[in-house]
Design a protein. Structure first.
Lengths: 599, 189
């Protein structure tokens, strides 16, 4: 670990702190339909959209109608994505590599994945998806699912803020405003900044270049194995060219991060030099992942009239973020003790540490920072393969997702995720004090706690049950690529990532099988929509309640004590649920690695 | 219900046109106008042919070239199949591969520990860079093979070392393809 590494981490958190207030105020104004500087441009576009689609922007929805419209929109747009994937070979434009139709199970998995903001990928982008599918299908859903997430978070905030009201806003209006005022303008700027660093943005066919030094490579036979001649010597082939995949990458890259989607244009995601060419592009991508989720904590404070509560939530997130990044940075900087004859020391001349699966330009600090951020938020982009991390270094992203990605979290999803924990925290505080719990002037009653518990229980249930099935059945274990305890971690990570709508993976696991495609798609759909509906039910129920002025017995949600309690609840719920599984996976592997055992 | 369904369909179509078609096309037009080199992949030319991209690594095995990192992109540095090794830290396949690469690298420096990035595969399999330590490790071999003074090769490496961006971000690094192209130009003359 180096001073420079720590400075990069602290400066990053400082930038997020700096953007929280201005972006939070801006979002509060946008969703309260107050004037902003973008109105002259966006208001006409907004009106035109409503006129074309028959939306009455003054109509207010109950939580049930809000949920219904959200589900219908997600369903229709998911069907469209499936159709595009299945027919990309028929569409004459923007398929310069003549890529064939995506297979049905994979297309279904991918459609579910992008609709739910997961971006789990059982395919390599440059070898599977045409430019058209990437732009019109995948990048589109990066916008749509992010806008839906933000809309839901705003609806939840309204539920807390409103008093004796039946409604929590209009889904179409919230979603449209999230897109036009927030995502679209930031993405145009972000995409151009990325291009300035070297992220490609074109529609041309893949380039073929002449290698400086032609390479001898063992031929692969029709059975997929390296070919051996009759004399027992390998059959060699001369490779004199390199095909370089191109595409409209920057436009997708910007929304991939800003919408905490994470689906890479290329297989290697943000490790690919065309997705993430420089340390600055890396920093910008990390900033984009955290910007909106951080800002939403301020929006929460502003719209509910308790700014200090917003900051108390922010502080809890920051504590968990720093804990995660410190652990991952420490573990990776210490390298892999099983490698001999290798210089893993950190110096000015080399990053050192565990560099398997990592890029030199990022080194250890920027790789572990990225891994922590992408799983704190439900992004899932990666700039190095988590599968090749040390056991404890790889456990950090896994645990981050297990904590329901509430550390700043996904756009919108992070905020409503942590608010579920807030409800539990004030409930527990209420039990300790012996009073009916209150949250910002609303009594938290049995119905709210039941709904919160439903969210809290469905998530680990689906992860642990499906991991258990996959780790004993042949159709599950056959996809494992790393033997020993690491294999269990691969499966556990897969279902945790899909249920948490993260999308990052222990990439060695072969997810492109019938079982993982279909079970995975169901996991992602449950992980998204089964969380949202109880959450909206709480919002609708809170909106109806009377305001109870705080009294001496009210547990304040604006103090450091509350921050500590909230962090405690998140860690206890997460630890109690997942500790047994973790001890069989990464913890066991760590102990074996220290003892010098390989698999 | 029916009204909402109609709105859902219309909203999907309208936003697809805006976000899936207009947005990427506008960004493409702007990018091609303002940053044409970056937007097209920063291709490098030599004598009228395209010999690579500044951002995409290539494999080098000849002793007169600086070597890139091990790659698991396709059969190695396949820029249409980016990937890492996906090997876990306790997988003996990883330990064995590193052992073999260490042995090959130590041919010139018996017993000397090899800089870690030189024997580990990158995430993309296309990493264009090696660390300054990994370049220094190869200076003696390249100088000998090309009959150049070590000091000259070392100075060349230093000239092609990129410092941390803004003095803060990322890690110092050496672009292997650019360095090797300069070496070729130098010895050909």
């Amino acid at each position: 670990m180096t001073a420079n590494g720590w400075i990069q981490i602290i400066v990053f958190l400082g930038l997020i702190l700096a953007v929280t207030k201005p972006l939070g105020i801006f979002m509060a104004r946008v969703f309260s339909r107050e004037r902003t500087f973008l109105d002259p441009v966006m208001r006409p576009v907004e009106r035109l959209l409503y006129r074309m689609t028959g939306v009455d922007e003054d109509h207010e929805m109950r939580w049930t109608e809000y949920a219904l419209t959200m589900l219908l929109f997600s369903g229709v747009s998911m069907l469209l994505l499936y159709a595009i994937e299945r027919s990309q070979q028929l569409l004459p434009w923007l398929n310069p590599q003549h890529l064939p139709a995506v297979a049905p199970a994979l297309a279904f998995n991918t459609a579910a994945s992008f609709t739910t903001n997961t971006n789990w990928q059982n395919y390599g982008g440059e070898s599977t998806m045409s430019y058209l599918t990437q732009m019109v299908g995948l990048a589109y859903h990066n916008f749509a699912s992010a806008a839906v997430g933000i809309a839901l978070a705003i609806a939840f905030i309204r539920g807390i803020a409103r008093r004796e009201k039946e409604t929590i806003g209009n889904f179409w209006v919230d979603m449209t405003r999230a897109t036009l005022w927030l995502l679209l303008p930031m993405c145009v700027i972000g995409a151009l900044l990325l291009v300035s660093q070297g992220v490609v943005q074109n529609l041309k066919p893949y380039d073929t270049v002449k290698l400086v030094e032609p390479q001898q490579i063992q031929k692969t036979g029709p059975d997929g194995k390296p070919m051996v001649g009759q004399d027992g010597k390998p059959v060699m082939d001369t490779v004199a060219t390199q095909t370089i995949a191109q595409g409209p990458v920057a436009s997708q890259e910007a929304i991939k991060e800003l919408g905490t989607n994470g689906g890479g244009f290329f297989n290697a995601n943000s490790a690919h030099p065309f997705e993430n060419p420089t340390p600055f592009s890396n920093y910008l991508e990390m900033f984009f992942i955290f910007a909106i989720p951080a800002g939403l904590t301020y929006t929460l404070g502003r719209m509910t009239g308790s700014q200090r509560h917003g900051w108390a939530v922010w502080a809890a997130m920051a504590v968990l973020f720093l804990t995660g990044v410190t652990t991952a940075y420490w573990a990776e900087a210490h390298g892999n003790p099983l490698l001999s004859g290798v210089d893993q020391r950190t110096s000015l001349a080399q990053p050192g540490g565990n560099m398997e699966g990592k890029e030199v330009r990022f080194g250890i600090a920027d790789s572990t920072l990225f891994a922590t951020i992408t799983t704190d938020a439900s992004c899932g982009a990666i700039n190095g393969w988590h599968d090749s991390y040390t056991p404890l270094g790889g456990m950090v992203p896994l645990v981050n997702i297990m904590l329901s990605e509430t550390v700043f979290g996904g756009v919108g999803a992070g905020l409503y995720g942590i608010l579920i924990y807030v409800v539990l925290a004030v409930f527990i505080a209420g039990l300790m004090v012996g009073r009916t719990p209150e949250y910002l002037g609303k009594k938290i009653e049995a119905y709210d706690v039941k709904m919160a518990m439903l969210v809290t229980l469905v998530f680990p249930f689906i992860i642990l049950v499906l991991t258990a099935i996959s780790s004993v059945a042949g159709f599950g274990t056959s996809s494992i690529s790393n033997p020993g305890p690491h294999g269990l971690t691969q499966i556990l990570y897969a279902f945790t990532s899909m249920a948490g709508n993260n999308g990052s993976a222990f990439g060695g696991l072969n997810g492109n099988t019938l079982w993982y495609n279909t079970a995975g798609a169901m996991t992602m759909l449950v992980g998204r929509f089964f969380m949202i509906i109880p959450m909206l039910a709480i919002a609708g129920n809170l909106a109806k309640k009377k305001y109870v002025p705080p009294s001496l017995g009210t547990f304040p949600v604006t103090t450091p004590l509350f921050t500590v309690l909230l962090v405690g609840v998140i860690l206890i719920v997460g630890a109690l649920t997942f500790f047994p599984a973790l001890s069989l996976g990464p913890i066991l592997e760590h102990l074996q690695m220290v003892a010098g055992k390989t698999f | 219900m029916k009204k909402h369904l109609v709105t859902s369909v219309l909203m999907t179509i309208a936003t697809t046109v805006l976000l899936g078609i207009l947005y990427p096309l506008v960004v493409t037009a702007l990018a091609q106008l303002v940053f044409p080199d970056q937007a097209n992949g920063q291709l490098l030319h030599r004598n009228g042919t395209v010999v690579g991209s500044r951002l995409i690594g290539q494999a080098f095995v000849g002793p007169g070239y600086f070597h890139s990192r091990p790659s698991n992109a396709g059969t190695g540095y396949d820029a249409a199949n980016s990937n890492g090794s996906q090997l876990g830290p306790t997988n003996h396949a990883l330990i064995d591969r590193v052992k073999g690469d260490v042995a090959a690298n130590q041919a010139d420096h018996p017993g000397q520990a090899v800089p870690v990035d030189l024997v580990t595969a990158s995430g993309s399999g296309l990493d264009p860079d090696i660390s300054p330590a990994a370049a220094e490790f190869q200076v003696a071999r390249v100088a000998r093979e090309r009959a150049l003074p070590e000091a000259d090769v070392r100075r060349l490496v230093q000239e092609h070392t990129t410092a941390r961006q803004f003095g803060l971000l990322g890690e110092p690094r050496v672009n292997v393809l650019e360095l090797n192209l300069v070496l070729d130009d130098l010895t050909r003359r």
